[in-house]
Design a protein around this ligand. Structure first.
Ligand SMILES: [Mg+2]
Length: 425
């Protein structure tokens, strides 16, 4: 090999396995239609009728298998997982990072990742960690370096003071108030009044394209007296320069990152210290290794990690528990206090928050499995929704609300007093 690139840089080419390693033998996908979150308010949830969960099962020739979950448009991610599958058959499932990079390179022709590709890599990689943990008889958190904690604080969502009071009674120590755009300080103030100073409150504006920098500044300043733990997505996630300016104009800690994937996606957010909290989505940020690397990058800047959940199912949620158990800068995990009943039927065992905490599994691998017969009861039908109409925060055909850039005028008018949506013509 004298003179070869490997000898020049002092490396050895990968050795052929000497023994008969475990080999990946099959990759199966399970795509399902999911009901709206919020058992108590079935019609109000934004995911109603369009939410899908995608689970994968990576099987091996030794009978050990692992499960994973990919978000980032599950119906499309399923196709990506199937496309990746032939590249994995016959591979040693324990070479997790090597296989991740093999798939990452294979996606170069598709522009590499984004959250859809990130979802596919995530689902597969998560299952590989599950296999490795089972094969070694160790929980995934053990393989990641061991635990800081065995229970993870979780937060959920409140829309009204009454709801917030009820959730505080269930033991939640942190609640998020969501708006599509302008946050209403009066609603947040009423919730603060109802729960008192000991509950952490967060506000999410979902970064709509029609919300301006000036709106974000105005909203942040209005929220400042309410002692908000973090202000999430006050601006569209592409507007890093605006985040930089906003950060200097408000004392509220900012949070973002649910639409980003991989360490490269998170780099500007972290390296420029634009936020106090990063929110990688455990189903689409790239996988467990990527979550750990993102957390390490954040740690170097004293930034906390609070993984996004949104439309995630129960497998990704458990993967987040393993990651959060092992990192020093874990803040808390987003959950739905009351999700659609299927969340509690399609996996075993079922994980639920108690007193605002979720326990980290102590069994080999991820510690959760699919209940295939239940999943098959809910075949996927569609995975995008028609935008809801007036008053729900999205587009309404035939009005100014139909176009994101003309929404600004109307939203401002609605927020500050003008009558409802008017036809453009
Ligand atoms: Mg959000």
């Amino acid at each position: 090999m004298r003179g070869s690139l490997h000898s020049l840089v002092g490396m050895q080419p990968p050795a052929r396995p000497k023994r008969n390693n475990m080999k990946i033998s099959a990759i199966k996908t399970f795509l399902m239609q999911v009901g709206a979150p919020g058992l108590g308010r079935p019609n109000s949830a934004s995911f109603g009728g369009s939410r899908n969960w995608l689970f994968v099962r990576v099987e091996t020739d030794e009978g050990v298998y692992g499960v994973g979950e990919g978000s980032g448009w599950p119906r499309v991610v399923e196709t990506a997982v199937k496309d990746y599958a032939p590249l994995l058959i016959g591979e040693d499932p324990c070479d997790i990072d090597r296989l991740w990079h093999k798939l990452f390179l294979a996606s170069m022709g598709h522009g590499q990742l984004g959250t859809v590709g990130g979802g596919a890599l995530t689902a597969i990689e998560m299952a590989l960690w599950d296999i490795k943990g089972k094969a070694l008889g160790a929980p995934v958190w053990q393989l990641l370096g061991g635990r800081f904690r065995d229970r993870i604080p979780v937060y959920t969502h409140a829309k009204t003071a009454d709801e917030a009071r009820r959730l505080k009674g269930l033991g939640y120590g942190a609640l998020k108030v969501s708006f599509t755009g302008f946050a209403d300080p009066a609603i947040v103030a009423a919730i603060r009044e109802a729960v008192g100073p000991e509950i952490d409150l967060m506000v999410d504006c979902h970064g709509p394209s029609w919300m301006t920098f000036a709106d974000a500044v105005r909203t942040a300043r209005a929220l400042e007296p309410l002692e908000i733990l973090f202000f999430e997505d006050p601006l569209p996630p592409e507007q890093w320069e605006q985040y930089e300016r906003l950060r200097q104009m408000t004392t509220i800690p900012l949070a973002a990152g649910e639409r980003l994937a991989t360490i490269w996606g998170f780099r500007p957010l972290i390296e420029r210290e634009l936020v106090a909290v990063v929110q990688p989505d455990t189903g689409r940020a790239g996988g467990i290794s990527q979550m750990r690397k993102i957390a390490a990058m954040a740690e170097a800047h004293d930034i906390m990690v609070a993984p996004h959940s949104g439309s995630l199912g129960p497998i990704a949620e458990v993967a987040a528990l393993h990651v959060l158990a092992t990192i020093p800068n874990a803040l808390m995990l987003e959950t739905f206090a009351e999700d659609w009943r299927g969340r509690y039927e399609v996996v075993t065992p079922v994980f639920r928050a108690k007193d605002g905490l979720m326990s980290v599994p102590n069994t080999p691998g991820l510690g959760i499995d699919l209940v295939e017969t239940e999943i098959l009861k809910y075949p996927s039908e569609r995975n995008v929704r028609e935008a809801p109409g007036k008053g729900t925060g999205a587009f309404e055909p035939g009005t100014e609300l139909a176009y994101s850039y003309t929404q600004l005028r109307l939203r401002r008018a609605l927020r500050f007093g003008r009558d409802g949506a008017k036809p453009i013509a």
